[in-house]
Design a protein around this ligand. Structure first.
Ligand SMILES: [Zn+2]
Length: 289
């Protein structure tokens, strides 16, 4: 009996040690904001969480409908993801949140922002996002058209492991505000948008002279960032449409980026997470939101 108890105790300790060694990924989903199938923050984050369950060396937690209610949510985090509405409503810029997040960033915690979560106001969060994420959507500088982006080649980077060329329609924001001379930034997804997406008249999100001057030129819609202090960031402008998570390459890039920003070795062929059509119907926001 004693021996049996000893084995049980050792087994538990062993498991605790394993868990302690795991890197912690914290996923934050914003509140519902768009029609069905769009900006499905809660469903998207739970899909990523499900995919991370099979990945050795990581544990993940998720928080739905906005900034975590648990004040200890970011304790021990190795990387934090936001998939939420941004701009003035970005969960990360409300109240004291930028300062709270800044404490994690100072410790080298990674930051991943998906879709609208890459946008913060220039004068509230802009400077911080440049330092933490290596870029952000700046109004009157960046644009948010819907278009079919074709990604044909990728840089050699842990985030692109196992990723093959793909083409997909999304609200791919582009012409982000990046640091001067792209310092620390590695573009991960780059494509040439149709000239029609550059618009004709100035507006906050639709068009501006800088974007119109770049007709025919390639634009970056996802990027990796290495901060001078070693922390890492990743911005990904797609995922307006929930169904796009059904694309293996689309999904793999974000999953690889979660590992990379948490400083976990990305598998040679990237994070493999087969999902079914049914998985894409789970956890969707209630209709009418
Ligand atoms: Zn959108």
């Amino acid at each position: 009996m004693k021996i049996l108890l000893w084995f049980v105790a050792m087994g538990l300790i062993g498991r605790l040690e394993l868990a302690a060694a795991d890197k912690k990924i914290v996923l934050v989903a914003g509140r519902p904001s768009h029609g069905p199938g769009q900006h499905e923050h809660n469903a998207g984050v739970q899909l990523l969480h499900k995919c991370l369950q099979g990945v050795p060396g990581v544990t993940s937690t998720f928080h739905l409908n906005g900034w975590p209610k648990d004040p200890r949510a970011f304790d021990g985090a190795d990387t934090i993801l936001f998939f939420a509405d941004g701009g003035g409503g970005h969960p990360a810029i409300q109240g004291e949140h930028l300062q709270i997040l800044g404490e994690s960033m100072k410790k080298g915690v990674g930051l991943v922002c998906v879709h609208y979560a890459v946008e913060v106001p220039k004068d509230r969060g802009g400077a911080e996002f440049l330092q933490w994420l290596g870029g952000y959507f700046e109004t009157f500088w960046s644009v948010n058209p819907h278009w079919d982006a074709e990604f044909k080649e990728f840089p050699t980077h842990p985030i692109t492991r196992g990723v093959r060329s793909f083409k997909i329609r999304d609200e791919w924001y582009y012409h982000m505000r990046f640091p001067e001379n792209m310092k620390g930034v590695t573009p991960i997804l780059t494509a040439v948008p149709p000239d029609s997406t550059r618009g004709t008249t100035d507006s906050t999100h639709g068009s501006n002279p800088h974007v119109r001057a770049r007709k025919g030129m390639p634009e970056h819609v996802a990027w990796a960032f290495e901060r001078p202090d070693g922390g890492r960031g990743f911005g990904f402008t797609g995922a307006h449409f929930h169904k796009n998570w059904g694309d293996e390459n689309f999904r793999k890039i974000v999953l690889n980026a979660l590992l990379w920003t948490a400083k976990v070795e990305v598998p040679r062929d990237g994070v493999d997470c087969p999902i079914t059509a049914e998985d894409l119907t789970k956890n969707l926001d209630p209709k009418g939101k």
